[in-house]
Design a binder for this molecule. Sequence first.
Ligand SMILES: [Zn+2]
Length: 151
Amino acid sequence: MTVRPLGLALAAVVALTPVAVSAQWRPTGRLASVLVVDDCNETGGDVMVSRLDPPTVYVCPTVVRLVRKHHPGAEHFFFVHEFGHIALQTSDEASADCWAARELASVRNGRRVLDAAIALFRARADDESRGYGSARERAERIRRCAEEAAP
Ligand SMILES: [Zn+2]
């Protein structure tokens, strides 16, 4: 995703603070072998990006810290979102969002992450970003997909 410096930053909390996120979502099965690399050059200002071949999630710790500062927990949503691209083998942002929302709805502490992400997008409600629609629409999509997974 394309993110302004303080924008819709994503995060790789798992890679940064493995102990703190032990009760959080973590990749399993074939997703467990996906590489997670800290590299702000690769993310180009985004909090995170993913590549399908080879399956890799790139994380910018600087942006992760920014997200965490303002919306603690939201950074983890971005991490799961990137795995959504890889799990579904798609560049479609709405699909990756919905996948992440469903995954998080099913794990302990996932609700807190979802609430933080929804709050982040609602705070930027009128921001538009190619592929995502407005941040308001994104917040609503995440809420709806999580609710469908765990009413
Ligand atoms: Zn994405």
